[in-house]
Design a protein around this ligand. Structure first.
Ligand code: NAD
Length: 296
């Protein structure tokens, strides 16, 4: 099957590689030459432009930073150049409004569209074990499931267009809050003279166990694949986490929902970004909470 993949960053790179491994003919495009080169090394055919990457594609997957880029790539490339009948799947995490707007434009032109954001981080992207939260009409779900299967451990239909993004925003609010809680606990354990490795061993088998601790441990050592072991480079950037927490707060304000811990997490990540932490993985906030952050 011919697949066009646009946006080959931290997440998209690993996802496209898994489509290739499963036998897909993947044509890739990214504004970054380095990202495109990496995708080519993984077996994708690099396109000279987004429009060229779309030629002959039965499935079009986008994995872009935020709503603005998705709207732009859809308006300038995907909607004018995707082949008739193509299945369009946006895996980026974006605001519900942008997802519904793009879905409306795509379906008006006769395309099938799904918002299908993911959870599982770069390790999940590389291993092909992401959780997909899908917003699409019921009748399109089987095709979406089949298209994303090589990248997925779980594919769940959240509801109609926009519901995938709603699920993702709620999920990431939990993630932002839980990461800060885990970081605070490590910082406190250190001050109390408890060895961080012992704290990990105990907490990972006790009621503090959670994804932020045992899959993505912010303290270097216990989880070798976590960004904490490589200077908090790569992974899920603080700026991206802040974007998601803002989306959650905006959605909460509009819907009249109370999310005070989400607001506190947004405030802390906003501070960390202002102090230079934006490009670092979001688990680097442990350095701020330990009083060690020097801005590099
Ligand atoms: P990233 O910044 O590493 O990758 C985004 C890529 O999109 C970059 O390579 C960039 O050059 C490219 N791009 C931007 N504008 C473009 C355009 N107009 N045309 C073509 N390419 C363009 O980001 P990421 O970490 O891969 O995240 C991508 C999305 O996935 C975000 O919405 C993020 O919130 C979400 N997400 C990330 C993670 C994670 O752990 N990194 C986990 C789940 C979801």
């Amino acid at each position: 099957m011919k697949i066009a993949f646009i946006g080959l960053g931290n997440m998209g790179g690993g996802m496209a590689a898994n489509l290739v491994r499963a036998g897909g003919a993947v044509t890739a495009f990214d504004l970054s030459a380095a990202a495109l080169e990496k995708a080519a090394a993984a077996g994708c055919r690099p396109g000279a432009s987004a429009a060229e990457a779309l030629e002959g594609a039965a499935v079009v997957i986008t994995m872009l930073p935020a709503g603005a880029q998705v709207r732009q790539v859809y308006a300038e490339a995907v909607l004018p150049h995707a082949p008739v009948g193509a299945l369009l799947i946006d895996c980026s995490t974006i605001d519900v409004e942008s997802a519904r707007a793009v879905a409306g434009e795509a379906t008006a032109l006769g395309f099938r569209f799904a918002d299908a954001p993911v959870s599982g981080g770069i390790t999940g992207a590389e291993a092909g074990t992401l959780a997909f939260m899908v917003g699409c009409p019921e009748g399109d779900f089987a095709a979406v499931q089949e298209a994303v299967a090589p990248m997925a451990r779980t594919v769940i239909r959240a509801g109609d267009h926009g519901a995938g993004q709603a699920a993702k925003i709620c999920n990431n609010m939990v993630l932002g809050v839980s990461m800060i809680a885990v970081c605070e606990a490590f910082a406190l354990a250190e001050k109390l003279g408890l060895e961080p490795e012992r704290f990990y061993e105990i907490a990972s088998q006790s009621s503090a166990q959670c994804w932020s601790l045992t899959t993505y441990c912010p303290w270097p050592g216990p989880v070798p694949t976590a960004p904490s072991n490589r200077g908090y480079e790569g992974g899920f950037a603080t700026a991206m986490m802040l974007k998601d927490l803002k989306l959650a707060q905006e959605a909460a304000a509009k819907a009249g929902a109370a999310a005070p811990l989400g607001a506190a997490a947004e405030g802390l990540y906003a501070l960390f970004e202002r102090l230079g932490g934006g490009p670092k993985d979001f688990s680097a906030i442990v350095e701020l909470l330990r009083g060690r952050w020097r801005g590099d």
